[in-house]
Design a protein around this ligand. Structure first.
Ligand code: NAD
Length: 697
């Protein structure tokens, strides 16, 4: 037997112990041992039952991701072969589940004839989160145990169920209090006393409430609506239907076919791309992984407004003491109350314990004295977005902060180099661009100034991970990676309105394609005045700036979005559901008439292409200028900061799947259309399209 799976016998009960840290991944070192153990137990006359057990923390997390895309994945036996051996075993087999049984881990447990679990265990089939379905019998066995409705629910969401719920569903036969192995062995003895033998799931039938056809029609309609074109959930429903209507082996074959289809689908490749892209962002070519970092024991945040409060929460959540400074007692008090309110809401939803909230709150000290930033290892400035205000602040911080402290700015548009230049320590200055709400959004753009020290960059990236963000390096430019791209996206959304679309049509097309929300609804949420301020600056700075002024007309009426109850839509606050507003229709019609714009009917496909390719084209400039280090970083920015659908893999991955020649051809077509002057294909896109290349090489 291998070390990864040990075998022993106790009073007639064989015990196979999985030992492949950290999560008992079902890798090439583990599978042969499990198979051998099952064979040993089956052939040894002294053995009457067997138990498969992992550690208290993990029964098994499923496939071993370290072996993805390596020949080790094909080392026999496969999990389905183990499942067959489990089905054929003549003695009752019990899975003893401590911690989690996920994916292939739960499929192994479903191959067992009985399951017992510790009270804190979690059981689930999360394959859908990588665009896949459980491919080793999970879609056939789970419905036979928990019924069709629960199986659809568990597998299409991918969310695990806790042991107590699993007990109610019949997925677990007994909850073990105390020692798991002892509990599993005494459960085995009880079975033997009651003369109960193997109970194969494959021999059971699927429970459905009501008429099966009606059930699956409804499931398809509901799941199809929620998944908006993402194929895995509907494939899962089809597999459950096969489980309910076909013999087991036929259902298994169908599962295999559908699994193969999904593995090769763009959507699953996109999700796997995202998985690996997230692990790439901290790799910076000229900053080796062993670059020394500075220690961050204390932080200070300057400005207790919308952003400052959320930023301070990130530190407190990570156990780092933070002082939060603003100019007046009133501003500080308001900022702190907002933080307290945020935590209290999480506590009331049962997602945070009161004592944990108290601990975090105790880490946040408020102050009106800038001098209190003196002992901070990092100071993050989040004051008003004005160069003079920021520079004044950095001059003061330069005088106050201790030597070696990192001085960071949360600016969204301003030149980090110009801010660094007013200090005597530009090597210590960096941008940390958080996204609103800063305590929730995972994206952190880390803006590397021309003089930012390598150790400062390495430290900030590491800190980003510590506070559970996805840190992505950006060079200095107006808008950095994300907002520079979104300006082009917003530009197209307005041109689409000029040309005949309603805001709700544009939003519906983007939403239906998979965006968390459409561009106009997003503007209403963020505040339309922010973009308007930027545009007004652009009109002065860039005489050739191309933008529709229809958005300005909306703002001129004080319609700033949700915060004023009106924007592109009307809101019945506190309800934030956008309601179409005839007043907006009037503004748009008037604007079209004044500018002699001929309207036409535009397909959803064109709307989506114009919006998404605007992102792609700008990102190609950003890549060529070296503002982003790699295409997958751009993807991570959009996936974690802008509600881009994960299963499309980010704008660059998506463009690769469409084919860059097709993307370029579409852009060349748009160049001939309304406001075609807004489109200039990026040289990098043109080059790659000609060579048949891809952004994500
Ligand atoms: P805000 O107006 O909500 O908060 C700014 C706070 O800074 C106010 O409480 C103000 O009293 C305080 N302040 C101003 N001058 C100060 C000084 N000299 N000393 C101490 N405090 C001072 O603004 P915000 O939305 O939190 O934005 C802050 C920064 O973050 C800006 O640079 C903004 O561009 C950037 N940002 C904002 C967002 C967003 O969605 N709101 C997103 C990313 C970045």
């Amino acid at each position: 037997m291998s070390e990864a799976a040990s075998y022993s016998v106790r009073d007639g009960v064989a015990v196979i112990t999985l030992n492949n840290p950290p999560v008992n991944g079902l890798g090439s070192v583990l599978r042969p041992g499990i198979m051998q153990g099952i064979k040993n137990a089956d052939t040894d006359a002294a053995v009457k039952a067997l138990v498969i057990i992992g550690s208290a923390k993990a029964f098994s997390g499923g496939a071993d991701i370290r072996e993805f895309n390596t020949p080790k994945m094909n080392v026999p036996p496969s999990l389905p072969e183990i499942n067959d051996a489990q089905d054929q075993c003549s003695k009752p087999m019990i899975a003893a589940i401590g911690g989690f049984a996920l994916g292939g881990g739960l499929e192994l447990a479903l191959g067992c004839h009985y399951r017992v679990a510790l009270p804190k265990s979690q059981l689930g089939l999360p394959e859908v989160k990588l665009g896949l379905l459980p491919g080793s019998g999970g879609t056939q066995r789970l419905p036979r145990v928990v019924g069709a409705a629960q199986a659809v629910q568990m597998m299409t969401t991918g969310n695990p169920v806790p042991a107590e719920k699993a007990l109610g569903l019949g997925l677990v036969d007994e909850i073990v209090q105390g020692d798991l192995l002892e509990g599993a062995i005494s459960f085995a003895r009880k079975l033997l006393e009651q003369k109960k033998g193997p109970r194969r799931i494959r021999d059971q039938s699927v429970k459905i409430d009501g008429d099966p056809k009606a059930f699956f029609d409804k499931a398809r309609a509901e799941v199809g609506k929620a998944s908006r074109g993402f194929p895995a959930p509907l494939e899962i429903v089809a597999c459950v239907e096969a489980a309910a209507t076909k013999p087991f082996d036929e259902g298994r074959r169908e599962e295999r076919e559908r699994f193969k289809f999904l593995v090769e689908s763009n959507e699953s490749m996109a999700l796997r791309h995202m998985f690996f892209a997230e692990r790439q962002t901290t790799k910076i070519p000229d900053v080796p992984e062993d670059t020394p970092t500075r220690e961050i024991r204390r932080a200070a945040v300057i400005g207790a407004g919308t952003m400052g409060g959320g930023i301070a929460m990130n530190f407190a959540n990570a156990g780092i003491p933070v002082s939060l400074m603003d100019v007046t007692d009133e501003a500080v008090r308001k900022g702190f109350e907002k933080i307290r309110g945020n935590y209290a809401a999480t506590v009331s939803k049962g997602r945070l314990k009161q004592e944990e909230m108290d601990k975090r709150i105790a880490l946040i000290k408020t102050t009106t004295r800038l001098e209190d930033a003196r002992d901070a290892d990092i100071v993050i400035e989040a004051v008003f977005e004005r160069m003079d205000v920021k520079q004044d602040m950095f001059r003061k911080l330069d005088a106050i902060a201790k030597p070696g402290a990192i001085l960071a700015t949360n600016t969204s548009t301003l030149d980090v180099n110009a801010i660094a230049a007013v200090t005597k320590r530009p090597q210590d200055v960096i941008g940390t661009h958080f996204f609103s709400p800063a305590n929730v959004m995972r994206l952190l753009e880390v803006v590397r100034g021309a003089k930012t020290g390598k150790d400062v960059l390495a430290t900030t990236m590491k800190l980003g991970k510590t506070i559970k963000k996805v840190p992505v390096v950006s060079g200095v430019c107006d808008g950095f990676i994300g907002n520079r791209m979104v300006e082009k996206y917003g530009q197209q959304s307005l041109f689409l309105i000029d040309e005949g679309c309603t805001p709700q049509q544009v939003d519906a097309a983007a939403y239906q394609w998979g965006m968390a929300m459409g561009p106009l609804a997003m503007g209403d949420m963020a505040g339309l005045d922010i973009g308007w301020e930027i545009r007004k600056r652009r009109y002065l700075e860039r005489p050739n700036f191309i933008y529709s002024k229809v958005g300005d007309r909306v703002c001129e009426l004080g319609r700033y979005g949700q915060k004023t109850g009106k924007g592109w839509y009307r809101y019945e606050l506190p309800n934030r559901t956008p309601i179409p507003d005839p007043e907006v229709e009037e503004i748009i019609n008037k604007y079209r008439a004044e500018n002699n714009i001929k309207t036409r009917s535009i397909s959803e496909e064109e709307m989506v292409e114009r919006l998404i390719y605007a992102l792609v084209n700008e990102a190609a400039y950003i890549l060529e200028e070296g503002i982003a280090l790699r295409a997958s970083d751009v993807d991570m920015v959009y996936l974690t900061g802008y509600g881009f659908p994960a299963w499309r893999g980010g704008p660059m991955f998506y463009a690769d799947t469409v084919g860059l020649d097709k993307v370029l051809a579409a852009i060349e077509r748009f160049q001939k259309g309304y406001r075609g002057d807004a489109w200039k294909p990026a040289p990098l896109l043109v080059r790659l399209a000609r060579q048949g290349g891809k952004f994500n090489g």
